[in-house]
Design a protein around this ligand. Structure first.
Ligand SMILES: [Zn+2]
Length: 226
């Protein structure tokens, strides 16, 4: 067995957000992963290629409502009628297709969250601030566009919503120093160098704790202790 054969590779696309059918950008990313996977296989290397769909969040819930159906029925239909057929017709060589509504995913997420909570990395707090439903993401006030006195998401150019709710927060800030020390001691941990520099400058720029739950709607994975 050659040295190359002893290596294993894991490839994944982003787990795509499915409020609608796939577009050319999804196809581009998935084909790129497919090419890399086939290249490894051709070299006789062990490789595992994952793709899948992120099916939770307010945007899916609202799109389902607009189409007069439940979120689960909406994503089931999209995945079976739109997503999987596209990958079949492009002959994508993925080993697995994961959906965030599958029990194997939701159970693992809950276990992961509970573990973080037990270790003291999750706390309850009040979140007030701008939220973009298009991004499914909280925004920093300084990141918004202002057009005619209205605050817009810089990615979607659509009005943001002001969210005021009690959420669970992840102590991301507690990991800044250990991560910086890790990247310094292990320069190969993140490659290429340009990506590592980006991560390091992000960390050095100061990192806020992350709001990781929503309390005003329920199309998501339930927080196990709440
Ligand atoms: Zn947005």
């Amino acid at each position: 067995m050659s040295a190359a054969n002893e290596k294993s590779f894991y490839l994944t696309t982003p787990i795509y957000y499915v409020n609608d059918a796939p577009h050319i950008g999804h196809a581009y990313t998935t084909v790129a992963g497919d090419v890399l996977t086939r290249w490894h296989r051709q070299r006789g290397e062990s490789v595992w290629f994952l793709t899948g769909t992120d099916e939770h969040g307010q945007k899916v819930m609202r799109t389902a409502e607009q189409n007069k159906t439940s979120p689960q029925e909406w994503v089931d239909r999209l995945v079976e009628d739109a997503w999987k057929p596209v990958w079949r017709s492009l002959n994508i060589a993925n080993d697995d297709f994961i959906r965030t509504t599958e029990p194997r995913h939701t159970e693992r997420v809950q276990k992961f969250l509970q573990n973080l909570k037990d270790k003291g990395f999750i706390y309850s707090g009040k979140y007030q601030g701008p939220y973009c439903v298009g991004c499914e993401e909280f925004k920093l006030p300084g990141d918004l566009l202002e057009v005619n006195g209205e605050k817009l998401c810089p990615i979607h150019s659509k009005p943001i919503e002001l969210v005021d709710e009690n959420n669970w927060f992840f102590k991301l800030s507690a990991f800044v120093e250990p991560l910086l020390a890790h990247y310094k001691a292990n320069p190969d941990a993140c490659q290429p160098e340009s990506a590592r520099n980006e991560v390091i400058s992000f960390l050095e720029g100061g990192v806020s704790d992350l709001s990781i739950s929503r309390s005003t709607f329920d199309w998501g994975i339930p927080v196990p202790w709440d």
